[in-house]
Design a protein around this ligand. Structure first.
Ligand SMILES: [Zn+2]
Length: 184
């Protein structure tokens, strides 16, 4: 039989809530901003509806933000603005290269500007390729692990800690980055 699910700090379950529930509660109707302290039952979890979060001097939405879902890594190095960034970069370097070298000779300015611009484009694409081959696979793997951990974690309103019922690890809401990504 599994041991009862309790907070590792206070060994009680009356003030704990799934992290996912804190996040959805804090970002929708604001269940935790009131002043009552009714105890609610959500599934198999007993949770204190309100009150505890204000004890720690933060509003529920601040808490929800701190406990928010881990952010998925970008597929491209610079996200959805990737191609735009490359084009703007190439254009700026073309203009800049031309401006510098056209003082020597206008034709040379065009050639030099173009070459520098193409050079930048190639460099950008190489960096992008490296990111996709080396960085992204590691990042997405770590993210998926973090997401599973996030999904099963609980928050204790009394102790202001997040804990993992599987590994037994605990973390302050402010230190969640190393809780979710212990290897990085
Ligand atoms: Zn506790």
């Amino acid at each position: 039989m599994n041991p009862p699910l309790v907070c590792p700090e206070c060994n009680r379950n009356d003030a704990m809530q799934k992290v996912t529930a804190v996040v959805s509660g804090g970002t929708s109707t604001g269940n935790y901003s009131g002043s009552s302290s009714s105890i609610t039952h959500a599934g198999d979890t007993t949770a204190v509806g309100v009150g505890y979060s204000t004890l720690h001097g933060s509003t529920s939405s601040d808490l929800a933000k701190m406990l928010a879902k881990p952010i998925e890594p970008n597929k491209n190095k610079y996200g959805c603005g990737n191609s735009l960034l490359m084009m703007v970069g190439m254009l700026l370097i073309l203009i800049l290269g031309y401006a510098i070298f056209a003082s020597i000779d206008e034709g040379f300015g065009i050639v030099a500007g173009s070459l520098l611009s193409i050079g930048f484009g190639v460099y950008f694409l190489i960096q992008e390729h490296k990111y996709k081959k080396e960085v992204y696979p590691v990042a997405i793997k770590a993210y998926k692990t973090a997401l599973i951990k996030w999904d099963r974690s609980y928050y204790c309103h009394r102790d202001d800690i997040v804990f993992d019922t599987v590994s037994g690890e605990t973390s302050r809401p402010s230190g969640l980055l190393s809780y979710y990504y212990p290897d990085s």
